[in-house]
Ligand binder design. Structure first.
Ligand code: EPU
Length: 335
């Protein structure tokens, strides 16, 4: 395993901002990961998966570790229920290729999460979700390396402490995810949970998991920009939680405000809606803007400077705060 100095990060973040890592390496197995932790105990560390949920505003003064751990296998036990199949996938496998592989193998559970950019190892970190599903619903176990001790630790689903776009891995930051064990099913029953998806499947009688995957892919291609053409990091902000009273106040002026139940006295609302009604749908300032088909996504029209994205992000946050008294939190990591 080679160490590179002043390594360019532009191609390693989907926003394509320019920055350099002081040191860079790409371990291909657990021993190599341990070696780089031992070789550089005092350097700040950043683990990169697909680089689809982060961007840089400056050089990274430390060690960037881009994992190269590949492979997947059936890890089913004999005593498990007939309908369940466990598949273990290594962290660096491309997420959507893995989803495709499971569907083509006749396994379901991940179809709603089709075409989400990124890697298998990144999926549990922010508990990726789309069309009424979250990856936590299909995870049996996450295998991770503790950077402090060098030990490999296995987390049960409960130990991952999953929440909306959140997990123990995101909060603690000292784990490197090595592999994920998924619990998938052989039989599929479509559950009509998400309006957009139901509409797309209107003409299909008893949809299969493959039908759902194809429908999700069609919706996403219509609504979301392709990062190879228009660099972006998917949803830029999280959907915010507000009190029921606060939602009622907003509904006086905007009765169509989408709200989803959360906990007693609280609801989750739509950041895309708030940005849209604040007049920032398809808004562009210089080389940065919100995507015209889905304002929750900030796109880069040509800057290499992450600070321009931060400037635009702050503008969006302040207009939404001003108009709705809601402070949006970025979902994307900014370095
Ligand atoms: N909306 C508008 N104007 C628009 C677009 C949307 O007002 O131009 C409102 C509508 O009321 C719509 C609502 O926003 O019903 C929700 O929009 P959408 O269904 O596109 O979902 P989202 O809540 O904006 C979330 C995820 C996406 C995921 C979609 C689909 C977050 C932060 N984002 O977006 O995830 O694909 O649901 O399920 O939870 C990602 O994380 O990168 C990502 C793309």
């Amino acid at each position: 395993m080679e160490y590179h100095r002043r390594y360019p990060l532009k191609d390693l973040n989907s926003f394509r901002t320019e920055a350099y890592a002081k040191i860079f390496c790409s371990p291909t197995n657990i021993d190599e990961i341990r070696k780089c932790l031992v070789d550089y105990p005092d350097e700040k560390k950043l683990i990169i998966g697909g680089g689809c949920n982060l961007f840089f505003t400056k050089d990274f003064d430390g060690l960037v570790i881009k994992l190269a751990l590949y492979g997947m296998h059936d890890s089913s036990y004999e005593e498990e229920p007939d309908d369940e199949v466990y598949i273990e996938a290594m962290a660096s496998e491309d997420w959507d290729s893995f989803v495709n592989y499971t569907i083509e193998s006749g396994l379901c559970g991940l179809e709603n999460l089709s075409l989400i950019p990124g890697t298998v190892g990144a999926a549990p970190v922010q508990n990726i979700g789309a069309y009424g599903a979250e990856v936590k619903d299909s995870i049996r176990e996450v295998v991770a390396l503790d950077m402090h001790t060098g030990e490999v630790v296995s987390f049960t689903n409960a130990e991952c402490e999953f929440a909306y776009r959140d997990s123990v891995f995101k909060r603690k930051g000292n784990y490197i995810i090595i592999s994920v064990v998924f619990c998938l099913q052989r039989t599929f029953h479509y559950q009509p949970k998400y309006l957009d998806l139901n509409k797309e499947l209107e003409d299909v009688e008893s949809p299969t998991a493959k039908d759902v995957r194809d429908a999700v892919i069609r919706i996403r291609r219509r609504k979301l920009p392709d990062e190879r053409e228009l660099p972006n990091a998917g949803s830029f902000f999280k959907n915010p939680y507000i009190t029921v009273e606060h939602a009622e106040e907003i509904k006086e002026a905007y009765p169509e405000l989408p709200v989803f139940p959360y906990k007693e006295g609280w609801v989750k609302t739509s950041a895309a809606f708030l940005i849209d009604r604040a007049g920032y749908k398809g808004k562009r300032v210089g080389d940065v803007g919100t995507y015209p088909n889905q304002p929750l996504i900030i796109v880069n029209y040509g800057t290499e400077d992450g600070n321009e994205i931060v400037g635009f992000m702050n503008e969006v946050r302040s207009v939404v705060k001003e108009q709705f008294d809601i402070m949006l939190d970025p979902e994307v990591h900014i370095f």
